[in-house]
Design a protein around this ligand. Structure first.
Ligand code: PGA
Length: 253
């Protein structure tokens, strides 16, 4: 099954209105209409509208980093799915390890968000991945299976192809310590098989699985050469236009 590669830039809690606008304009100029791959940028929520407006006429899509599953209500400081949708987001991260770490995100709450996002027609990018101690205990595959089983527990086979999975080993995020292509491929291949088992083998073949964790211009080609890596979720290296452009153009250089 043909899977279109997807490169997503997670800007995390960086940039402001001016610098985010400058970055979006540079990406618009250099990455618009690039064939054979999807490109998404994921600014902080207050900047989504401005970035989406700049990229409105381009092929680059915009995502949000976080939402609440409830439609509305007394949740001070939180953001609803309709809010991000109304300002131009078509993707949303779910279960990023920093949300799991600092905001008590659980597999169960991820499940509710994925359900609600799909209801609204927004593509969830569901982040999974183990900490170093789990890897060293040899429990990575079991740990990731549980994240998938619970997180994807409220959707059916028709819908799972509207979800993107991002495998992000926590020990590789922001540390400069990228997983080797072999380490990443092992988990990606396992995730694909497990999704095939949870849903249907065709769903396993069709779902896009991104790698995340210290992706940069130097290591992207080796990662993208792996058969089960369909793209990347890029943090730090997505903040510089030229570096992110090189990552997006992984095969062309
Ligand atoms: P990093 O972050 O590329 O800075 O390691 C990746 C992520 O957290 O999505």
């Amino acid at each position: 099954m043909q899977r279109t590669p997807l490169i997503a830039g997670n800007w995390k809690m960086n940039l402001d209105l001016t610098s985010a606008g400058d970055l979006a304009k540079a990406l618009h100029q250099n990455l618009d209409g690039l064939p054979g791959r999807d490109v998404v940028v994921i600014p902080p929520t207050p900047l989504v509208h401005a970035v989406a407006t700049i990229l409105d006429e381009s092929t680059i899509k915009v995502g949000a980093q976080e939402v609440r599953a409830e439609a509305s209500g007394a949740y001070t400081g939180d953001t609803s799915i309709e809010m991000i949708k109304s300002i131009g987001a078509t993707y949303c991260l779910v279960g990023h390890s920093e949300r799991r770490e600092y905001h008590d995100e659980t597999n169960k709450s991820c499940c509710e968000k994925i359900r609600a996002l799909l209801n609204a027609g927004i593509t969830p990018i569901y982040c999974v991945g183990e900490k170093l101690a789990t890897r060293e205990a040899g429990e990575t595959l079991k740990f990731v299976e549980e994240q998938l089983r619970v997180g994807l527990g409220d959707i059916d086979g028709e819908e799972v192809l509207h979800v993107v999975v991002a495998y992000e080993p926590v020990w590789a995020i922001g540390t400069g310590k990228v997983a080797t292509p072999e380490q990443a491929q092992e988990v990606h291949g396992h995730i694909r098989g497990y999704i095939g088992h949870l849903f249907d083998p065709e769903d396993g073949e069709g779902i896009r699985i991104l790698y995340g964790g210290s992706v940069n211009a130097e290591n992207i080609d080796g990662l993208m050469a792996c058969p089960d890596i369909d793209g990347a979720l890029v943090g730090g290296a997505s903040l510089k236009a030229d570096v992110f452009e090189r990552i997006v153009k992984f095969e062309d250089v």
